[in-house]
Design a protein around this ligand. Structure first.
Ligand code: ACO
Length: 327
């Protein structure tokens, strides 16, 4: 059995920044309402000609250069996204062509906002088996293509972006992945979903105007389930490897909303200065929030090698999970 180590990170957020005041010109909302309820002050929105794979390209290139390897070195690319370029082929193969990583096996994972945590587990398991030396794991979303821009309940929450991590296969004794737990509960599908556009209900000329073509959410129910399951995941993932919350140096929670993040922090019992928060700048970028935050924290110099780092996420499905790393 091999070990894994994150040797490089990267991110990309589109240039176009949309503020809460900008949104207040489109729907009946206000900067105060959005900040008070969510903590979000702005979000980055992709250009019409930027697909999710185009957001991945600079994030991937940043991470590769940080890792000191080239695209040609990659054996594996996994892209976690709920907003793929096309229904198929998968976004990772499109990215592969764009960055020239022609030796890599490529596929995508859809686990909504938990996508990066799922992708890390899958990539780590593959690398630990010994067949892959370098893996690129990306969380990327163009959620602006999924959101109903006339629905104030949802459009104020989301943004576009991509975050990337390069994983290297290392000796077992140098392994940095201490634990990873994943979970799902498919009984609440309709609390957070896009009803139309898949094989169950294909998009047709007749449902062109149906709100079901866009992401829909029962915000209060999602809030409660997110807090409970994220907090329990952190506790369980630590307990299983005999660590306590006091051992955590950094918690990177999925950046959906500052109220969810602080409620999770309170339930876990962690000091707020150890909880990384950047949702005010990006909004909820679903699978991209954790790798974007990881890159910001790593490049700030505050995340040191050997520190205990925990990721935790919750998203549509529902899916949730936590990763414990000795960074
Ligand atoms: N601006 C102004 N008013 C609004 C807006 C808006 N953007 N959106 C909703 N309102 C109104 C509602 O219409 C409602 O008005 P009413 O009382 O006249 O009916 C009122 O504000 C309160 O609405 P609620 O939905 O009850 O507001 P709540 O306090 O629950 O906040 C929110 C809504 C922010 C969505 C909250 O439920 C939440 O954070 N949920 C978590 C959802 C989330 O973050 N999901 C992301 C995807 S899942 C994930 O990533 C974990």
């Amino acid at each position: 059995m091999k070990g894994i180590k994150i040797i490089g990170t990267g991110k990309y957020a589109p240039e176009n920044i949309v503020t809460n005041d900008d949104l207040a010109k489109k729907v009946e909302t206000s900067h105060d309402w959005i900040v008070t309820r969510t903590g979000i002050e702005q979000r980055h929105i992709a250009a019409d000609n930027q697909a999710t794979s185009d957001l991945c390209v600079p994030a991937a290139q940043n991470a590769l250069s940080d890792a000191g390897i080239t695209a040609d070195d990659l054996d594996l690319i996994i892209v976690a996204t709920l907003s793929p370029d096309k229904p198929f082929p998968n976004t990772a193969t499109i990215l592969q062509r764009k960055i020239g990583a022609m030796k890599a096996a490529c596929f995508s994972i859809e686990a909504a906002c938990t996508g990066f945590v799922y992708a890390m587990e899958v990539a780590s398991s593959m690398v630990r088996c010994g067949n892959y030396k370098y893996a690129l794991v990306i969380g990327a979303e163009k959620l602006s293509s999924q959101v109903n821009w006339s629905d104030r309940n949802t459009c104020v929450l989301f943004g576009d972006g991509a975050g990337a991590a390069v994983i290297e296969s290392v000796d077992e004794k140098d392994n940095t992945l201490l634990n990873s737990i994943l979970a799902s509960d498919g009984t609440h599908e309709e609390l957070l979903h896009t009803a139309i556009g898949g094989s169950a209900t294909p998009a047709t000329a007749d449902n062109l105007e149906d709100p079901g073509r866009y992401l829909q959410m029962q915000g209060r129910e999602v809030f409660k389930l997110a807090v409970t399951n994220m907090a329990n995941s952190v506790k369980k993932a630590l307990e299983e490897v005999n660590l306590s919350v006091d051992d955590i140096d950094w918690l990177i929670p999925h950046q959906a909303n500052v109220r969810i993040i602080s409620a999770v922090g309170d339930k876990v019992g962690i000091a707020s200065e150890k909880v990384f928060v950047n949702v005010q700048k990006y909004g909820n970028t679903s699978a991209a929030t954790i790798p974007i935050a990881l890159d910001e924290l790593a490049r700030s110099g505050e995340l040191k090698r050997g520190q205990i780092l925990v990721f935790v996420a919750f998203g549509g499905g529902f899916t949730w999970g936590a990763t414990v790393l000795k960074y």
